[in-house]
Design a protein around this ligand. Sequence first.
Ligand code: URA
Length: 437
Amino acid sequence: MQMTDLIVKKRDGHELSTEEIRFMISNYTSGVIPDYQMSAMCMAILFKGMNDREILDLTLAMMHSGDVVDLSGIDGVKADKHSTGGVGDKTSLVLCPMVAACGMKIAKMSGRGLGHTGGTIDKLESFPGFSTALSRREFINSVNKNGIAIIGQTGNICPADKLLYALRDVTGTVPSIPLIASSIMSKKLAAGADVIVLDVKCGSGAFMKTEADAVRLAETMVRLGTMAGRKCSALITDMDQPLGHSIGNIIEVREAVSVLRGRDEGDLLEVCLALGSEMLVLGGFADDRAEAGKMLMRTVRDGSALEKLADMVEAQGGKREYVYNTDLLSNAAVELKAVAEKSGYIRFIDAEKIGLASMHLGGGRVTKESAIDATVGVFLHKKVGDRVGFGEVLAQVFGSDYEKTESARREIVSAYVISDEPVEKPAFIKRIITPAG
Ligand code: URA
């Protein structure tokens, strides 16, 4: 078999066989197929697409290019969640303890933030002493004991995807549904959960800017998960403004805890309830979404979800009192207020600009190697649809030095669009995609 023939075949719009896809992925991972041939193949896939059978073969070939996590040592139904990435997205910190308090097992591997989007691992490391680098045995034991553990990616998960993603990044071949879907799902399948719920973000702060593209990606991933024998569904959720009020690390942990204490309602809670309901229904813990929603809210009211978060923090090296009293976490050195330059109604908040402002403050990574400052960030007092008066505070900005904080403050003011006419609050959950359609 020759890679050149496969490139020509795909370029001319033909279907690649299972053997051809396996040949391509295994030889690319081992270095036999060079980057220039693989980039030509990615471009051919971007233009000509792939059918479901090809995408599944590609996903499975990438999944088996490295370690496949064996979660059979954990009793019960294991659930995982994936978000395509957004600004202020701290859903895992809220959702996972809630679902674990309902009896489902959360054995989750999460990522670090890069660019304008944050990562769960960075947020969890805001708890002093918290370790996201458990051994496989510690991870399994922790889930069996507490029902929940969240760690960073360990071992050699999907090396083919690591190579391919880096290549796609520099060859203009990221925005291809077959390539994105196989990249995400190969990692999720390798992580071993029985139930996978996907949060596909859509809007200015997301990877998928339009609802139509988000739906196409979500439908493809749900089909892949189902074909691979997992229970899988997806939500399309709004990212035309940041999720919740806070963007940063410690500041997002505080907001997550506040939601778990039942002190905060709004888009963050709504998205977590919707994702959690899908998990409970798919896992057979509830008959329908209404029952699942009630179960999840009960975990907030009776404090069991907060207990789960504290159990996890303690099991992974932190102190539970930081969960019960987030004032113990450090504060930023500088605080400035971004105020409205006119009165009216908030029409739009550019999530990407806010995410970048947080990154420039030091809360996010410019490169994979950058260190982050957990104390900095932004707290949005006004969200889309809110009324604001001239000079009223739109957001608080937390930084480490005056100059950077002032520059972020200006970025934040420019991220807000204020209109004279009243603006309706947007729907946070746009669609639910199930295997049945
Ligand atoms: N996230 C991934 O993991 N892969 C992609 O291709 C795009 C987003």
